[in-house]
Design a binder for this molecule. Structure first.
Ligand code: AMP
Ligand code: MG
Length: 418
C-alpha cells in the first residue's frame, strides 16, 4: 500500500494536458485559459477624470487656494478627444481629459463665481490647493498595452472576465474540458427517485454527486449510468465510453474485497494497467487507479459516499488540474480547532468546517460523524482536513493540510513565503 502523496504524484504523472480551443469570451466563462492573454490596448484607454469637477491648465504647477479660472464649456463621459479651449472646462467622471489641461479639481473644492443664462458655471475659484495629475486616471495605469493581462491556467471567473471584457477581448483559447464517464455500481442502487425502494435497496447518491462535482471541477460528464454488480455489463459500459472518446472513467463501488467487488477483475479483462489499488488512506482505502488501453484514466472509487467524495477530491481533481493546464494545487495549512483521534498508519481525511474566529484566525473544525457512510455532516462541511498518517492523536491547534471543497476555489491564495 502506498501513501496518498505518492498516489497523487502517480495520478499527476499519468494525466496529460488537453488541447486548447478558441471561442468567444462570452462562451468561455468558467473555463481555464490555454494561452496568456496580452492586452492589445491600454486600460484605461485614455487619460480621464476620476471626479466630477473642472479640468484646468496649470502648466505643470500647483494651483494655489483662491486662484480663479474662466470656464469654457464641458467634457462629459463619451466626448471625443479635443484640445483645451480657454483656462478651464467642466469635466465629468470618466470623461476624456481634453489635450492641454493637466489638473482636475473636484466640484467639492471650488466655488462658482459666475454662471451663464443656462446656469452653467463660467467662472470658478479654487478652495483647496490642486496639483497637476491629481484625480486623473492615466491611460494604461491599470494595464499597459503589451502586458500579460491573464496567464494560461487562469480560471475565467467573473473577476477575470471583467478584465478581459474591459480590454475588448473577443475570443480566448481555453482548455478542452476533460470528458468523463461516471458509473455507479451496485445492485442495491435505485437511480429513479420516483421509484419506491424494494427491500434492501438504496438510492444512488454517488452518481448525481459525481456528475455535479466533476462539472464544477471543470469536466464535462458525457455519460452517467447506474450499473448492476456484473463484470460483463461494466466492461461493456467502459468500452463504450472509451470508444466514444472519454478522457476519464470514474466508477463507484465494487472495488474492495467483497464477493461482488468485480472492478479489479474487470480491469484485467479491459487490458488496463493498474497504477495503484489500496492506499494508506481513510476513508477510501480501496481506491484504484488505472490507465485504460487507449490512454483514458480510470478511477475506481469505493462506494461509501464519503469515500467517493474523498477519492474524487484528492485524486480525480488532481488529474483534472493537469488536464486543464492548471498549476498543481497547494494545500492550505490551518490550525485544527479541536483534537482529533485516528488510526495510525493511515492518513485520515476529515469532513471539516472552516470557520473564522473572533480573533481573526481561521480554523478547521473536524465535524461530528466521520464514518464514511454518514453524509449528513457534509451539510456543515466546506473543506477536508488531512490528518497525517503517523499520528494517533492530533492536538487542537496543530497545523494540518486543508483542501477547500473544490480545486476551482481561488478565494485564498497560498502565500509562498509561508
Ligand atoms: P461498495 O464499495 O460497493 O462495497 O459499497 C460500499 C457501501 O457504499 C455500501 O453500503 C453501498 O451500498 C454504498 N454505496 C455504493 N454505491 C453507492 C451509491 N452510488 N450511492 C450511495 N451509496 C452507495
Ligand atoms: Mg457494491
Amino acid at each position: 500500500m502506498i501513501d496518498i502523496e505518492e498516489a497523487i504524484e502517480r495520478v499527476r504523472a499519468a494525466a496529460n494536458v488537453l488541447p486548447g480551443e478558441r471561442m468567444p469570451l462570452a462562451d468561455a466563462r468558467g473555463r481555464v485559459l490555454a494561452e496568456d492573454v496580452v492586452a492589445t490596448t491600454p486600460l484605461p484607454p485614455f487619460d480621464n477624470s476620476a471626479m466630477d469637477g473642472f479640468a484646468l491648465c496649470a502648466n505643470g504647477n500647483a494651483t494655489a487656494v483662491g486662484s480663479e479660472f474662466a470656464v469654457d464649456g464641458e467634457q462629459a463621459a463619451g466626448d471625443a478627444a479635443r484640445a483645451a479651449r480657454g483656462e478651464a472646462c467642466e469635466i465629468m467622471t470618466g470623461a476624456r481629459m481634453p489635450d492641454g489641461y493637466d489638473t482636475v479639481v473636484p466640484v467639492e473644492e471650488i466655488v462658482v463665481l459666475e454662471r451663464d443664462d443656462a446656469q452653467r458655471p463660467t467662472r470658478i475659484r479654487v478652495t483647496a490647493e490642486a496639483h497637476p495629475g491629481q484625480h486623473l486616471r492615466r491611460a494604461g495605469e491599470d494595464i499597459a498595452a503589451g502586458m500579460v493581462a491573464l496567464r494560461a491556467g487562469h480560471v475565467l471567473d467573473p473577476f477575470a472576465c471583467m478584465l478581459l471584457d474591459a480590454l475588448g477581448i473577443v475570443d480566448v483559447a481555453v482548455r478542452s474540458k476533460p470528458r468523463v464517464a461516471v458509473f455507479a455500481t451496485g445492485r442495491e442502487l435505485v437511480a429513479d427517485p420516483r421509484r419506491a425502494l424494494a427491500s434492501g435497496e438504496i438510492r444512488d447518491s454517488n452518481g448525481p454527486y459525481l456528475e455535479a462535482k466533476l462539472r464544477e471541477a471543470g469536466a464535462e460528464v458525457v455519460r452517467r449510468a447506474t450499473l448492476p454488480d456484473d463484470a460483463n455489463t461494466f466492461v461493456a459500459a467502459v468500452r463504450e465510453a472509451v470508444g466514444a472518446g472519454v478522457d476519464v472513467v470514474v466508477s463507484t463501488g465494487a472495488v474492495s474485497m467483497g464477493r461482488y467487488d468485480f472492478v479489479p477483475e474487470a480491469l484485467v479483462t479491459l487490458g488496463a494497467e493498474t497504477v495503484f489499488h489500496k492506499l494508506r488512506l481513510r476513508p477510501g482505502k480501496p481506491v484504484l487507479f488505472a490507465r485504460l488501453p487507449q490512454g483514458a484514466l480510470f478511477f475506481g472509487l469505493p462506494g461509501n459516499p464519503v469515500s467517493t467524495a474523498v477519492g474524487e477530491r484528492l485524486f480525480v481533481e488532481a488529474a483534472l488540474r493537469r488536464m486543464l493546464g492548471m498549476a498543481d494545487e497547494t494545500r492550505w495549512r490551518l490550525p485544527l480547532a479541536a483534537e482529533a483521534r485516528k488510526k495510525p498508519g493511515f492518513a485520515f481525511v476529515q469532513k471539516a468546517a472552516l470557520r473564522v474566529h473572533a480573533d481573526g484566525s481561521v480554523r478547521a473544525h473536524p465535524l461530528r460523524g466521520q464514518e464514511s457512510f454518514r453524509i449528513a455532516p457534509l451539510r456543515d462541511a466546506n473543506a477536508w482536513a488531512l490528518l497525517p498518517e503517523d499520528e494517533e492523536c492530533v492536538a487542537a491547534g496543530t497545523l494540518v493540510d486543508v483542501l477547500p471543497q473544490s480545486h476551482m476555489c481561488q478565494a485564498l491564495a497560498v502565500d509562498s513565503d509561508a
